[in-house]
Design a binder for this molecule. Structure first.
Ligand code: ACO
Length: 325
């Protein structure tokens, strides 16, 4: 039984300045704005500048989330950073961000669950908070996928972008309830049998290189719709809630067609879906907090709203969560 529930105290995000449009990409590989928009809904994406690392994006997002929460780095007990594109093999990018923001207490570590990373990081921080082992936690999703793309492979390089989003979670006494603010429930899954459908073909142990992202797009698409829909059904079923209780659906932003497929299957009206994929592409672990921040900043998501979120990524990893904002 939890003694504390994890309340979202503040959200922040950061996108690198450089924007790469579909027309820009059409000058690099055999593609077109029309093909990319029709198949993915993506119009443009942000790309980190030379020398701008995952930790730099994460630091900016973290500082904005702290400001939104009205808290200082010194108030944080825990920092969990989800990324598949760390600055270095080690130390964890989380510890680099910890130093950057001036957090000289607590503990920090990375989680790699690729596009599901933010859900994994949030559930992990929630467990530490629930047990009273952390009072305040920074949960960050940050990626520079531009560094692991094969810029000659039109089937993958058009899909991804760089960015970071962060959430400050604060422990409040009492178990998560349906009406109170906080993370209501989360559900995580993985199945390593599907690792070869979406992976990076390099790494320190196997190849001593960084490698490039490889994907069987069609099969990922099929698994994404099935697994995401099932994990949403699971969190709703476990909590006795239904789609009509959900105020906002804030999915991982992989592809407009995946978002529409899942929404249609579950009967979520278009007007309740937060989409940023057109402007940002797929930013992997960063996409959920980036979308959350977008909808908070523009006034759509308000305190007390019930937010449903989900993701599927390499591994496969996947899951869903319900948050009362
Ligand atoms: N521009 C023009 N043509 C292209 C491009 C491109 N960028 N990419 C592929 N094509 C061509 C292919 O070569 C193929 O040509 P062919 O018929 O002559 O062989 C044709 O387009 C169709 O290719 P498909 O792979 O069948 O296209 P599909 O409709 O499946 O769309 C896509 C590809 C967009 C990748 C889709 O499968 C998809 O969205 N998959 C989900 C993958 C995803 O989002 N992954 C992100 C990580 S996981 C996650 O976050 C959920």
């Amino acid at each position: 039984m939890s003694r504390f529930r994890s309340v979202v105290a503040g959200v922040g995000s950061y996108l690198p300045k450089k924007v790469l449009s579909n027309d820009d990409l059409a000058k690099m590989v055999d593609t077109s704005d029309e093909w990319i928009r029709q198949r993915t809904g993506i119009k443009r994406r942000h790309i980190a500048a030379k020398g701008e690392n995952t930790s730099d994006l994460a630091t900016k997002a973290a500082n904005r989330a702290l400001k939104a929460a009205g808290l200082e780095a010194g108030d944080m007990d825990l920092l969990v950073l989800a990324t598949a594109t760390p600055d270095l093999t080690f130390p964890a990018t989380a510890t680099i961000v910890q130093a950057n923001i001036g957090m000289v207490r607590g503990f920090a570590f990375d989680i790699n669950a690729v596009c599901s990373g933010f859900l994994y990081a949030m559930a992990t921080a929630d467990s530490f908070i629930a047990r009273g082992q952390a009072r305040n936690a920074l949960v960050i999703g940050a990626e520079t996928f531009s560094r692991i793309l094969d810029w000659e492979d039109r089937t993958t390089c058009v899909l991804f972008g760089d960015g970071a989003g962060a959430v400050v979670l604060s422990g409040e006494p009492g178990a998560p309830g349906m009406g109170e603010r906080g993370i209501v429930h989360s559900y995580l899954r993985s199945d390593g049998r599907f690792a070869d459908l979406l992976y990076v073909d390099g790494g320190p142990s196997k190849t001593q290189t960084v490698g490039h992202l490889r994907m069987s797009g069609n099969q990922v698409f099929r698994h994404a719709i099935t697994n995401i829909s099932a994990s949403i059904a699971k969190v709703l079923d476990d909590t006795g809630l239904t789609v009509t209780d959900v105020d906002w659906f804030v999915p991982h932003q992989a592809n407009q067609r995946i978002l529409e497929g899942v929404s249609r299957r579950l009967g979520i009206p278009d007007g309740r879906v937060v989409t940023t994929v057109a402007e940002q592409g797929n930013t992997s672990a960063a996409s959920i907090p980036l979308a959350l921040d977008t909808a908070i900043q523009d006034g759509r998501i308000k305190k007390g709203d019930l937010v449903l979120t989900e993701a599927l990524g390499g591994g496969f990893t996947w899951g869903a969560a319900l948050i009362r904002m």
